[in-house]
Design a binder for this molecule. Structure first.
Ligand SMILES: Cc1cc2nc3c(=O)[nH]c(=O)nc-3n(C[C@H](O)[C@H](O)[C@H](O)COP(=O)(O)OP(=O)(O)OC[C@H]3O[C@@H](n4cnc5c(N)ncnc54)[C@H](O)[C@@H]3O)c2cc1C
Length: 303
């Protein structure tokens, strides 16, 4: 029996764990990935808006978080697969067979990138799927690439790739790009970038690596294939809340609904960070929510 089980070890979960330990709560953190850090591990730009720290990328900030939790006494299990959770009973069953129980649960499972769910998207991971233009663009220099999406992230990545790629085709489901004007103006005047509005990529094709995409273009009669060697998908984010769906209040997009102190609709269950923050996801917000939830739990347990 633990005082607190924290699910997720991104900035929110790590902050909650650090605070729970400081407040004398017996704490176990469960992380599904091999490494802690969450989204920080995919931030390749400098982070300059988290007050008190200037980090050259998310990995550096993650390392600082880890260094600062090293002296803490909470248990951290990585590579954990949760089989099911009973929030009311605050019981967590792991795929490995362990049954865990706690007085309070903190959900800190963050977001994941939305996927297209089309053939080739998973198969070509690491063989032509571009994870980040900032990180991977040198690897794709001189290659023709396709970017899928219509928001800021798709536009920014297309512009970065256009610095090194001869052609960048931006495939957008909507009629207009949703990206900010500063990006769209550059997109429409850039000589390497072609935007296909009201269009969809149906399949990613190739043998050992990506060789083409099949596109259904708005207005065109039938789908056609276009040769590309790289594909980058930026179609938004979704909360990691499927595993608790039906047990607590979620909004229409699946974000956990919380009160001022990050309490959910289930007693002694809290949700912190991006999974409960549809409007303003930030590192500062996640770290702050971790501190708040830990302090409220400690106060209720009168530690
Ligand atoms: C490219 C990029 C740039 C960004 N730049 C900035 C910036 O400059 N400033 C800023 O403030 N924010 C920035 N952000 C946002 C910031 O990274 C997030 O707001 C922050 O990481 C949220 O922390 P979190 O702990 O709530 O969630 P996450 O970081 O998403 O961490 C959630 C953790 O939970 C784990 N998890 C999920 N499901 C389960 C499960 N079922 N069982 C166990 N573990 C699970 C995940 O593996 C992950 O480790 C950026 C994000 C990206 C992607």
């Amino acid at each position: 029996m633990h005082d607190v089980i924290i699910i997720g070890a991104g900035p929110a979960g790590l902050s909650a764990a650090r605070w729970c330990d400081e407040l004398g709560l017996d704490t176990l953190v469960l992380e599904q990935a091999e490494e802690v850090g969450g989204q920080l591990l995919s931030v390749y730009n400098p982070i300059e808006n988290y007050l008190g720290v200037l980090a050259k990328n998310g990995g550096e900030l993650r390392d600082l978080f880890v260094a600062q939790t090293q002296a803490s006494d909470f248990d951290l299990w990585t590579n954990v697969e949760i089989e099911n959770v009973d929030l009311k009973a605050r019981r967590v069953a792991l795929r490995s067979g362990e049954e865990l129980q706690s007085i309070a649960i903190i959900i800190a499972t963050g977001l994941r990138r939305r996927r297209l769910g089309i053939p080739g998207e998973t198969e070509f991971s690491g063989r032509g799927i571009i994870e980040s233009a900032t990180r991977d663009r040198e690897q794709f220099a001189g290659k023709d690439v396709c970017v899928i999406g219509g928001g800021d992230a798709a536009a920014e990545n297309a512009l970065l790739l256009a610095e090194v790629c001869p052609t960048v085709t931006l495939v957008n489901r909507g009629r207009k790009m949703r990206a900010r004007r500063e990006f769209t103006e550059q997109l429409h005047t850039h000589h390497c970038i072609t935007v296909f509005p009201e269009s969809r990529v149906l399949r990613i094709l190739g043998t050992d690596a990506i060789e083409a995409v099949e596109i259904e273009r708005g207005g065109a009669l039938k789908p056609f294939q276009m040769a590309v060697q790289g594909v980058l998908v930026r179609i938004g984010w979704e909360p990691n809340s499927d595993f608790i769906r039906g047990q607590l209040e979620l909004d229409e997009k699946g974000y956990v609904v919380v009160g001022a102190y990050h309490e959910t609709s289930v007693a002694n269950v809290f949700a912190i960070g991006d999974v409960a923050n549809p409007l303003a996801p930030t590192i500062a917000g996640a770290v702050g929510a971790g501190a708040t939830a830990a302090k409220v739990i400690a106060a209720r347990l009168q530690k």
